[in-house]
Design a protein around this ligand. Sequence first.
Ligand code: SF4
Ligand code: ZN
Ligand code: ZN
Length: 305
Amino acid sequence: MTCRKCSEKPVIKLLNSSAVLCRSCFIKYFEKKVKRTISGYKLIEKNDHIVFAASGGKDSTTLIYLIKKILNSRKDVKLTAVGIDEGIHDYRDKNLEFLKKFCKENKISLKIYSYKKEFGKSLDEILKKYKGIPCSICGVLRRYLLNKKARELHATKLATGHNLDDESQSIMMNYFRDNMKISARLGPKTGIVKNKGFIPRIKPLYFLTEKEVTAYAFLKGFMHEFTECPHSSEAYRGSVRDMLNEFEAKYPGTKHSIINSFIEILPLLKEKFKKEDSEIKSCTICEEPCAQSICKTCQYIKNIF
Ligand code: SF4
Ligand code: ZN
Ligand code: ZN
């Protein structure tokens, strides 16, 4: 068997087709897809300051590397990586070490903020008292911190490494939980209405599968000794991920179909929930933008810390 585009030895079979590609054709295919997403959805504009939500994992590392490569030393766009240290023993510290090394080698400015310093407690300490699903509280705190820090850094966009698998999981989770309002905030570029407190999020890896991102990261040497968060299997997302993987194996193309049909209805969802999202308030405690009078982060701090 040879590469679909040339006569070289293939390294990957694409998920939604029977095509196999060699190393160099796959890298070209991958980078072209990211460029198309950026231009098609206007993810990066003139004079942007892009802040990356960087974890030291394969997705965000691939994202930072590629955006830097695509922008090719464009002087008008500024890039900064932001790492969040949740304080999870034997997990995040390793990834953050890799992130520091990667940012240094690629000349990307990096800022790291920790739960311990920002909220007074690490996630490990919080979980001694909080008995719910760890990802529920961790996700709220991380999104809060990323948005706040990106805004303080005067970012115009917050770029995340979400891929097609992550997004199809989020879409299905919102269906299962009757949460279409949250789905209205998904898509390659989020933000239904402009609110100066919220930094718009962009997802340049949106149309690439987990398998493709992993292959790209591996071929580029970004795969280090990668450890999974010890709490990841406890999450609802984990069950949805396993279900979708099983479905994809039986019915190839399932994940692409979820994304394609979601993209079709997304403008209708955004229109439907536009009004509710325009009624964003400021938290009476921390003054961050939120839907109620007290934001979820302050509610957690008040009740659990
Ligand atoms: Fe936090 Fe859950 Fe992610 Fe672990 S898997 S870092 S607990 S959101
Ligand atoms: Zn080839
Ligand atoms: Zn608050």
